[in-house]
Each structure stands twice: as structure tokens, then as C-alpha cells.
Ligand binder design. Structure first.
Ligand code: SF4
Length: 310
């Protein structure tokens, strides 16, 4: 198995309350597969990515298992992970990362900083130029400052920064948000080409359309849990969880033949989430027994957490 996550919990501790941002999340990925993690803001998608990268804040506690190519990530010491895994095996394009490029340094200097931090021993010039070419930017972009680049160019730079040490997997957190649709399309073409070259991508997005362009697998997250997981084609053709159905119903159709059905209400608080199904208050099919925790029912290619499919 390339990546396997089992019963992953992430809790943020504050002085008075704990927030269970990720709750018993399980899924897996085979070699060369990509996955989309979809859901509303605040459902735990980014926390899941940060947990895999071991870059959570100090007030977060993580339990469960993350196995990446037979190595248990949570048992690897932070120093070993920084030296041998982060950026070399798995890297991340953080949400809004293009805005975090340092305005007082040229793009080239920012590449050099990453190489220095990860104790890269090879030819800096050669590796930087090949990374910038791989994302379709001219070498002249290396001498520019961030404010001299467009939003799309900056996003290509942060993708190149994430790929510079040739990781096997990249976690891309909302990589097209805040870009106009044309630039979004260009970034998606870039990600698809990188995927064709053998990179596994975990694409975190609220946009199911974008996920459908990249992923073979999909996990639908709701209030900290993955409520449906499986092959993307199976889930798009035959969604089982009422939340997945609601998300798909909310996508505008090109031929305008069907009305968009908005999902009313909002997810429960993760400080004290309901003990039963977390979608209960918004679910059109809720039953009395949904007040109990739903079972994880096996489907053809994954699972669904819903009493309707017990
Ligand atoms: Fe709806 Fe019940 Fe299924 Fe939850 S378990 S999604 S409330 S039918």
C-alpha cells in the first residue's frame, strides 16, 4: 500500500475546550493513485493534510496510524521526518501559499533557501532551473520578486517549490482557490501533467469538479469524519451518503437542465459534536436510529457511514 490511514484523530487543545478536528479518519491509496478530499470549510480537510506532513501546531494531539510506504509516520521522530521525509517523500502546497512568498527576496533565493534547509548536496542552479521549467515558467522568472509575477505564476512557483526535491506525493490544499477560471484551468493542466509523470496527488478542495479532473479516489469529509470513500467514478455515478448526494446536487450543470439544490443549515460544532450521525440535523432521510453513531458500511470500492446502507 502506498498510503494507508487508519483511525486518525486530531484534537486541538485550548484552555477550556478540545476541538476534534479529525475524527477516526481511515482511507488508503495505491501506488500512482491520487485522491480528492472534499467537504465544506472547517470540516477538517486541511488539518488532515497537516497531520500527514507532521506540521500541526503544538496544541494538536494526533493518534491513529499513517503508513506511508510501510513506514509509520507518527512514530518517526520530528528530526528524522524533517531530514528524510518532509519535502523529499511527501510535500505540500499550503492553502494560500502563493501569498507567503517572501516579498524581499527573488524567486531564485527562495528556492535556494529550501535547498539549504533540506541540506541538498547537488547542483543548485541545475535543480532550480529544471523545477521552474517543469511548471512551465521561463528561467527569467527566477530573477523576479514575487510582486512582479501574476497570481498564476506565483502559484506555479509554490508548486515548483513543493516539487524541488522530487517527492513521491504532494498534498495540494485548495491550489486553485483565489485564481480566475482561466488560470485555474492552467494549474489543473499542470497538476494533471505532473500526475502523468508519476506523482501522487492528494487534492484538498471544496470543488468536486476540480477533484474529478485529477483523482481516482475520493473521500467526502463532514464535520471531521470521512463519511464516504471509494473510487471517484463509483461515487459520482452512485453517491450513497446523503451529504455526498447534496454536494453533487449543488454543482451547476452546463446545460442548465436541473435546478441547483442548495444544502441548508451548517455543520455541527466540533467542540462538542453530536454522538450520533453528524449530518442528522441537515439530512432529509434522517431516522430515529441516526441518533446513534452510524456504521461504516463496505461498498464496492470503499465505505459509507450511514444507517441507510447498513
Ligand atoms: Fe442521514 Fe441517518 Fe444516514 Fe446520517 S445516518 S446521513 S442522518 S440517513
Amino acid at each position: 500500500m502506498f498510503l494507508s490511514i487508519t483511525d486518525l484523530d486530531v484534537k486541538y487543545k485550548s484552555q477550556e475546550k478540545n476541538v476534534q478536528a479529525v475524527d477516526h479518519v481511515s482511507f488508503y491509496l495505491q501506488e500512482n493513485e491520487s485522491i480528492g478530499i472534499a467537504g465544506e470549510s472547517g470540516c477538517g480537510k486541511s488539518t488532515l493534510g497537516l497531520a500527514i506532513m507532521k506540521t500541526l501546531q503544538d496544541n494538536a494531539s494526533v493518534t491513529g496510524k499513517i503508513i506511508f510506504e510501510d513506514k509509520s509516520i507518527l512514530y518517526i521522530s520530528d528530526s528524522d521526518f524533517t531530514k528524510n521525509f518532509r519535502w523529499k517523500q511527501i510535500s505540500m502546497v499550503f492553502q494560500g501559499a502563493m501569498n507567503s512568498l517572501d516579498p524581499v527576496f527573488t524567486i531564485k533565493k527562495q528556492f535556494e533557501e529550501i535547498l539549504k534547509k533540506h541540506e541538498f548536496k547537488g547542483d543548485y542552479q541545475q535543480v532550480i532551473e529544471s523545477s521552474i521549467s517543469a511548471v512551465g515558467l521561463p528561467h527569467s522568472a527566477l530573477d523576479k520578486y514575487p510582486h512582479e509575477l501574476s497570481g498564476g505564476m506565483k502559484q506555479r512557483v509554490v508548486i515548483a517549490l513543493a516539487l524541488i526535491l522530487k517527492p513521491k506525493m504532494v498534498i495540494a490544499d485548495e491550489p486553485t482557490t483565489a485564481l480566475d477560471v482561466l488560470v485555474q484551468a492552467q494549474i489543473m493542466v499542470l497538476l494533471k501533467n505532473l500526475k502523468k509523470s508519476g506523482l501522487s496527488i492528494m487534492l484538498i478542495s471544496h470543488d468536486l469538479g476540480i477533484i474529478s479532473e485529477i483523482a481516482e479516489k475520493i473521500g467526502i469529509m463532514y464535520a471531521g469524519q470521512i463519511v464516504e470513500f471509494g473510487n471517484l467514478s463509483d461515487i459520482y455515478k452512485d453517491p450513497k451518503h446523503p451529504y455526498t448526494i447534496a454536494l453533487l446536487n449543488a454543482i451547476p450543470k452546463l446545460n442548465n437542465s436541473e435546478r441547483i439544490i442548495p444544502l441548508k443549515g451548517s455543520p455541527p460544532s466540533l467542540i462538542n459534536p453530536p454522538s450520533g450521525c453528524r449530518f442528522y440535523d441537515r439530512c432529509p432521510k434522517a431516522m430515529e436510529k441516526c441518533k446513534q453513531t452510524p456504521p461504516q458500511v463496505k461498498t464496492e470500492s470503499g465505505f459509507v457511514m450511514c444507517w441507510l446502507h447498513e
